[in-house]
Design a protein around this ligand. Structure first.
Ligand code: ARG
Length: 436
C-alpha cells in the first residue's frame, strides 16, 4: 500500500508550477514591502524562485512529494537554505492553492474565449460563402420548411456567442485574489492584500477568509460553461455526421477529418465529429464530479477539495481540443446545394406557405391548416406533389385557390417571404451575419 501516493496530487498539479511561483514571488515582495521579512531575504527567495521557474520550464526539475506547493518550497530550500521557510509567512496552502488555480484559470479562459471567436469566424465564413443555398429545415428531423443553409448554420454562431459571454462573465468570479486568507481566519501579520492583487493583475480581493478557502464555485461555474459549450459543439458535430451521410449528402468534409474503414474501402467516416460528440460526456462528468465532491463539505477547507484539479484540467484541455478541431473541420465544409434543394421536394415542405396563402385570402389560419392537411393526404394517396395538381384539383379543396397558388410553390421564394427580423430571408440573414 502506498499511502503517500494516495494523498499526493503532484502528478497533476505540477501543471500549476508557473502560477505557484508567480504567486510566491508576489507574496514575498509584499512581505518585504510590509517589513515582515527583510529586503535581502526577499531577494534571495525571489532569485531562487526565478531560477526554479527557469529550470522547470526547460524540464530540468522532476518535482516529487505531496503537491506542487510543498515541492517548490522544498526545491527552494535546497537552493537557498533555511531562509526559504520565510516565504510561507502569513499564508497557508489553503489560500496558496486557490491563488495558483485562479491565476491558471484566468489565462485559460482568455485562450478559450479566443478559440471560441475562431470557431465563430469559421462558421461565419461557411455561411458567407454559401449565403443563398436553400435546404429543408427540420423539426423532429422531419422536413418542415425551406430555410437558407446560411441561416441554419449561423444559429451555431449565436450559441457560441452566448458561450463566450458566459466565459467572460465567469472570469469576473475567477478574477478575485484569495491570498491573505491564510488557513481560513486571516493572519496577524500586517499584510497588504491589495498590493499582491495589483502585482498579479487581479481586479479584486476576496472579502471573507472562511468563504475564500472553502469556495470552489468559480471552478464549478467554469465547468458548467465548458459543459454547455461542448453540448453546442456536440449538436453541431451531430448535424455534420447526419449531413455527410449518403442519405443526406448535404455537405462533405476534407479527408483530413474523415477516416476509412479497415474492411469497407468506400467508407469516409466522420470520426472527428463523432469524437467531439463523444468527448462531451467528459465535460459533463467533470462538472458532476465537482458538484458531488463539494455537496457535503463543512466549512472551511477539506482535503476532498484536492479532487478539484483533475476534472478542471481535463475540461480545460478537452474544450480547447474540441474548439480547435471544430473550427479546423468547419473550415473544410463544402456544401452540395443541389442535393439540399432537391431534398426540399420531400415531405410537402411548402404546406405552411399554402396555408399562409389561403390565410391571406381571408380564411382563418386554423381552417386553412385543415384544408392543406386534406390536400397533402390527397397528394399522398394519388402519388402527386403540390406541383402536379391542376387548378381544378386545388379548387376542389377551396374556392379561394387561384392560379396565383402556383407562384407559392417555390422553395427559394418561400425563404424570401420570411423577412421578419431574425427570419430566413436573404436580407435578414445578411443583417444577422453583420451583427454576429
Ligand atoms: N494539494 C492540496 C490541495 O490541492 C493543497 C492544500 C492542502 N491543505 C491542507 N490543509 N492539507 O487541496
Amino acid at each position: 500500500m502506498n499511502l503517500e501516493k494516495f494523498v499526493s496530487s503532484i502528478d497533476y498539479d505540477v501543471k500549476l508550477t508557473k502560477y505557484d511561483i508567480l504567486g510566491s514571488i508576489a507574496h514575498t515582495k509584499m512581505l518585504a514591502k510590509c517589513k515582515i521579512i527583510s529586503q535581502s531575504d526577499a531577494k534571495k527567495i525571489i532569485n531562487g524562485l526565478n531560477s526554479i521557474k527557469k529550470d522547470s520550464e526547460s524540464g530540468k526539475i522532476k518535482f516529487t512529494g505531496e503537491d506542487i506547493h510543498t515541492s517548490i518550497e522544498a526545491e527552494l530550500k535546497k537552493r537557498i537554505g533555511e531562509v526559504a521557510g520565510k516565504m510561507h509567512t502569513a499564508r497557508s496552502r489553503n489560500d496558496q492553492v486557490l491563488l495558483a488555480e485562479r491565476l491558471y484559470l484566468k489565462d485559460e479562459i482568455g485562450i478559450i474565449v479566443e478559440e471560441i471567436d475562431g470557431t465563430i469566424d469559421a462558421i461565419k465564413k461557411v455561411a458567407q460563402k454559401n449565403l443563398s443555398a436553400v435546404m429543408p429545415g427540420f423539426t423532429h428531423l422531419q422536413n418542415a420548411q425551406p430555410v437558407l443553409f446560411s441561416h441554419w448554420f449561423l444559429s451555431y454562431g449565436w450559441m457560441l456567442k452566448r458561450d463566450k459571454e458566459r466565459f467572460k462573465d465567469c472570469y469576473k468570479r475567477v478574477d478575485v485574489m484569495p491570498l491573505g486568507s491564510a488557513a481560513f481566519a486571516g493572519t496577524e501579520f500586517p499584510i497588504d492584500r491589495n498590493f499582491v492583487a495589483k502585482e498579479l493583475g487581479f481586479s479584486k480581493i476576496s472579502e471573507n477568509s472562511v468563504d475564500t478557502v472553502s469556495d470552489r464555485d468559480f471552478l464549478i461555474e467554469f465547468l458548467f460553461d465548458c459543459s454547455l459549450l461542448s453540448m453546442h459543439l456536440s449538436r453541431l458535430a451531430e448535424e455534420i455526421i447526419i449531413w455527410t451521410s449518403a442519405q443526406f449528402g448535404f455537405i462533405a468534409l476534407s479527408e483530413r477529418f474523415t477516416t476509412g474503414s479497415s474492411i469497407m474501402p468506400q467508407k469516409k467516416n466522420p470520426d472527428f465529429a463523432e469524437l467531439i460528440r463523444g468527448k462531451t460526456g467528459r465535460t459533463y462528468g467533470n462538472l458532476i464530479s465537482l458538484l458531488t465532491m463539494m455537496k457535503g463539505l463543512p466549512l472551511s477547507y477539506n482535503r476532498d477539495m484536492q479532487e478539484d484539479k483533475e476534472p478542471l484540467f481535463d475540461s480545460v484541455e478537452t474544450i480547447k481540443n474540441m474548439l480547435d478541431v471544430s473550427s479546423a473541420m468547419i473550415d473544410t465544409v463544402k456544401i452540395n446545394s443541389e442535393k439540399m434543394l432537391s431534398s426540399c421536394k420531400n415531405g410537402f415542405i411548402l404546406a405552411t406557405d399554402v396555408a399562409d396563402y389561403l390565410t391571406s385570402k381571408g380564411i382563418p389560419f386554423r381552417t386553412a391548416y385543415n384544408i392543406v392537411g386534406k390536400i397533402v393526404n390527397y397528394c399522398i394517396k394519388n402519388k402527386k406533389s403540390f406541383n402536379d395538381l391542376s387548378i381544378a384539383e386545388w379548387k376542389k379543396f377551396s374556392e379561394k385557390f387561384e392560379k396565383s397558388v402556383f407562384g407559392v410553390l417555390d422553395f427559394r421564394k418561400s425563404t424570401e417571404l420570411r423577412k421578419s427580423y431574425g427570419g430566413t430571408s436573404l436580407s435578414s440573414v445578411k443583417q444577422q451575419l453583420k451583427k454576429l
